[in-house]
Design a protein around this ligand. Structure first.
Ligand SMILES: NC(=O)c1ccc[n+]([C@@H]2O[C@H](COP(=O)([O-])OP(=O)(O)OC[C@H]3O[C@@H](n4cnc5c(N)ncnc54)[C@H](O)[C@@H]3O)[C@@H](O)[C@H]2O)c1
Length: 329
């Protein structure tokens, strides 16, 4: 495909399309005039019913959307989907995404996240798709003491199998760029929240437990902190990366909220949103959990025009309203 044909090919494959971030990315890309092919295997990590509901919301927003149930590790089927669809871009979000469960199944995580990512890159290359945006994670920074975390910091000491697979994806993404000349972006998402958030993640768990008057489990002494990022901000960063990666070749960008908050302050904010003080049960820190995250956004601000706009408090209120509308609390 020529460069000008590439620029005008507004067909995108989104892997992990039925998931939390993937379903929002599909909607935003449809809204921006892209034709979208969603791919997802309905991995059983959490209820397929929730993923099917996400897809219904994508279908309901109009635009040209197709969907294939496919495991990204199935090279033959994935290659067939790419070859038939001939995308101009791929947004690769499919993964096994839990940090703690990765400790029990490192090989399973390596299979989906590392081998699966290689399959996606191979399928893209086979179909002449040379614009690739992949989900990485703030977890690659491990327990680096220097904050905020910058893309130029060393990320050689991951502390969970999940984090190690994400670092491996960044490496194979670079190799793919080097060998094929395709443009590859690696986006380090910092804990994402908002409507459709995965049910295993803290904010969703805390909101539903606090609303029911059930105790919230707090791992550690409450001093660990996270740079929570609202879903709409993540989506704007993903779309900017799709539009701009061609001028960078291979590039890593942080997408964070730039306002880290401690776990105990987060739990207090949950109480304010829900309107009742949470009951807290303390447990020891979990292996694999990092102590802090905080994104340095200088590079993504200047190169992507990225700017997080939603505070944790406002985003949680929107997430809680969505949970109530859907009867989830
Ligand atoms: N949510 C966060 O806070 C966060 C933070 C950092 C990075 N990420 C990354 O962002 C991406 C999306 O995360 P999410 O929170 O939306 O998770 P999610 O679990 O809601 O979405 C991932 C989707 O991938 C699908 N999937 C899993 N294995 C697959 C396979 N073998 N083949 C095809 N599909 C498969 C799942 O069914 C799921 O729908 C992941 O790559 C994750 O690692 C998420």
């Amino acid at each position: 495909m020529t460069d000008s044909a590439l620029a005008t090919n507004r067909r995108v494959v989104v892997t992990g399309a039925a998931g939390f971030i993937g379903s929002h990315v599909c909607q935003a890309m449809l809204g921006a005039g892209w034709e979208v092919m969603g791919v997802d295997s309905f991995d059983p990590y959490y209820d397929e019913v929730l993923k099917r509901a996400n897809l219904e919301e994508v279908r309901g927003c109009g635009g040209r959307f197709e969907f294939e149930r496919c495991d990204i590790c199935d090279a033959g089927r994935l290659g067939g989907i790419f070859s038939a669809f001939r995308p101009g871009a791929v947004v690769h979000l499919a993964a096994r995404a839990g940090v703690r469960p990765s400790i029990a199944d490192p090989a399973g995580y390596a299979m989906t996240n590392v081998v699966g990512t290689q399959r996606v890159l191979d399928a893209a290359e086979g179909a002449g798709c040379r614009r690739i945006v992949c989900a990485s994670s703030s977890s690659v920074y491990g327990n680096n003491p220097k904050t905020p975390f910058a893309e130029t910091d060393a990320v050689d000491a991951p502390i969970s199998p999940y984090a190690a697979t994400k670092k491996a994806c960044e490496l194979i993404g670079h190799t793919h760029h080097h060998l094929t000349g395709a443009s590859v972006a690696m986006l380090r998402f910092f804990t994402v929240f908002g409507p459709r958030q995965r049910p295993d993640l803290a904010i969703r768990l805390f909101l539903s437990k606090a609303a029911r008057g059930e105790p919230i489990t707090m791992f550690g002494d409450g001093s660990t902190s996270r740079d929570y990022t609202y879903i709409d901000d993540i989506v704007s960063g993903v779309l900017a990366a799709v539009e701009r990666i061609d001028s960078h070749g291979y590039r890593v960008w942080n997408l964070g909220g730039d306002h880290p908050i401690s776990l105990s302050d987060l739990i207090s904010a949950v109480g304010e949103v829900v309107g009742r003080a949470p009951v807290v049960e303390r447990r020891p820190m979990q292996p694999g959990d990092v102590e802090r995250t905080w994104a340095d956004l200088e590079r993504s601000r200047s190169e992507l025009g990225y700017e997080p706009r939603t505070t944790v408090r406002d985003g949680m209120a929107r997430q809680f309203a969505w949970m109530r509308e859907r009867g989830l609390v």
